[in-house]
Write a protein that binds this ligand. Structure first.
Ligand code: NAD
Length: 494
């Protein structure tokens, strides 16, 4: 594996470039040649890479926890639960299932293909680019990487996609570990870490990739998609947006408040799937606000700034943006901020208007606005008038309310009476819909994302008599017979 460094940092020996020259060209060329050369790789090659990734996670646990603490003031609990363990689970699942996933998949046949071999082969996309954000900088780099290292069919050559990983330049400490330590655990010839911000990524995107997997803002997602379109490169876009949370009158306010506060303020609200705003009646709001205060005090104490369990805002830019949002509506909990510490207190806003800035953009910080609605219908109407969210939450004791919310709305993910626990499940696809993204990953879904599903039919060179039925000159009798034979009701699985 090779790492291309930013100007000013040590350069990868294989990517030496003179000023003004494209710093990525050599490395990408080298990887592409490795892919198309069809250099034989044993099926075990991918397993070896995944085991390397597993060792990287285990042997550098403390280093990674420290890097995440430096970047986001992340508590070790959160680093473990939402970064390290999730990556480890993905690696373990891929290792356990690699041979099954790689197998050709037989599919249903009709009568005219009964004697043929018909199957789906998962071919690896060649050179794949993974662009990740800063909020879960390890998880969102390595979970897609597991899929990329695992994907493809059983038989070489070539065996797996060759991933190029570009971590976020904003979470600097984690970026450094990914660039300097991870390479020691993977095969040098099949993978590269490249570093840089928007400018370097723009240069990188001038190159042709066979697949681009992007996680980040919808705004940058459009840039990525436009760059990919120049080469007709397929993309997965894992984006963000505003995730509504409906709280019905029929539920226990303290239970709801505990769960809401936990998931809203987790990672200091810098989570793409966090509940972004609450929709509830004025009566429920009156019960919810003291319950939220109680949950916040229980989790972070009377002075949340001194709590080891609350993180910090990633940068001055985001701090200033969030501080601006504190003037929307009326602060009923929190509202304090400290620029020198990039601290914003867990905050609840009420009397918020739909037109307020806090309701115009993804908050991505520890601020929870509450908007009032008079009924479930009004809440559903409010949600449906906006972009389809990445996640939609509803709290209610009534299954009828839950079903209505599920049936009459659309979102990447839907959760009743919980937060984003579903992220821990490799059995569920993770991805947005509409403006919150396209494509999906996690578990087998990642493997499929990085594989082209090639439709294959292998027929016999003999048995021409059986094929005669389709050749001209056509007749009514042949038409009826053929139509009957291709009829979908004749489909079988062999
Ligand atoms: P971002 O879009 O600013 O950056 C993401 C990546 O794109 C980074 O690697 C960055 O270097 C690169 N980039 C930034 N600007 C670029 C440009 N102009 N041209 C080319 N590349 C550019 O996102 P972020 O601020 O790092 O992350 C926060 C966003 O990501 C939020 O909107 C959040 O909801 C979203 N997110 C989504 C998911 C998901 O799985 N759906 C997960 C985490 C975060």
């Amino acid at each position: 594996m090779s790492g291309i460094k930013r100007p000013g940092l040590a350069k990868d020996p294989g990517s030496e470039s003179t000023p003004g020259m494209d710093p990525f060209a050599d490395t990408l060329q080298r990887l592409r040649e490795a892919f198309v050369s069809g250099r034989t790789r044993p099926a075990e090659f991918r397993a070896a890479q995944l085991k390397g990734l597993s060792r990287f996670l285990r042997e550098n646990k403390q280093l990674l926890q420290e890097a995440l603490a430096q970047d986001l003031h992340k508590a070790a609990f959160q680093s473990d639960v939402s970064e390290l363990i999730i990556c480890q689970n993905e690696v373990d699942l891929a290792l356990r299932n690699l041979h099954t996933w790689m197998k050709d998949e037989p599919v249903a046949k009709n009568l005219i293909t009964q004697l043929d071999s018909v199957f789906i082969r998962r071919e690896p996309f060649g050179l794949v680019l993974i662009l990740s954000p800063w909020n879960y900088p390890l998880n969102l780099s390595l979970v897609p990487l597991v899929g990329a290292l695992a994907a493809g069919e059983r038989t070489p050559p070539p065996s797996c996609p060759l991933p190029v990983l570009k971590p976020s330049e904003i979470s600097k400490s984690t970026e450094k570990v990914l660039a300097e330590v991870l390479p020691r655990y993977l095969d040098q010839s099949c993978f590269a870490v490249v570093l840089g911000g928007p400018e370097e990524t723009g240069q990188l995107l001038e190159h042709e990739f066979d697949y681009i997997f992007f996680t980040g803002t919808p705004h940058v997602g459009k840039t990525i998609m436009a760059a990919a379109a120049k080469h007709l490169t397929p993309v997965t876009l894992e984006l963000g947006g505003k995730n509504p949370c409906y709280v019905d009158d029929d539920c226990n306010p303290q239970t709801v408040a505990n769960r809401l506060a936990f998931f809203r303020y987790y990672n200091t609200g810098q989570t793409c799937t966090a509940p972004d705003y609450v929709l509830c009646s004025p009566e429920m709001q009156a019960r919810l606000v003291p319950a939220l205060q109680s949950a916040i005090t229980r989790f972070y104490g009377d002075d949340p700034q001194s709590s080891p369990n609350l993180g910090r805002i990633i940068s001055q830019k985001h701090f200033q943006r969030l501080r601006g949002l504190l003037s929307c509506g009326r602060v009923v909990i929190g509202g304090q901020s400290d620029e020198s510490d990039l601290y914003i207190a867990p905050t609840v806003l009420v009397d918020v208007k739909e037109t307020d800035p806090v309701m115009q953009e993804e908050i991505f910080g520890p601020i929870l606005p509450i908007m009032n609605v008079r009924s479930l219908d009004q809440a559903i109407d409010f949600i449906n008038r906006r972009e389809k969210p990445l996640a939609l939450y509803a709290f209610s004791n009534r299954s009828q309310v839950m079903n209505q919310m599920l049936d009459r709305t659309s979102s990447g993910n839907f959760v009743g009476n919980e937060g984003f626990t579903y992220m821990t499940l490799t059995s569920l696809p993770f991805g947005g819909v509409g403006k919150s993204g396209m494509g999906r990953h996690h578990g087998k879904f990642s493997f499929d994302t990085f594989s082209h599903h090639r439709a294959c039919l292998l027929s016999y060179s003999g048995l021409e008599m059986l094929k005669n039925i389709r050749y001209p000159p056509y007749s009514d009798c042949r038409q009826k017979l053929f139509t009957w034979a291709v009829g979908s009701h004749r489909c079988t699985l062999l």
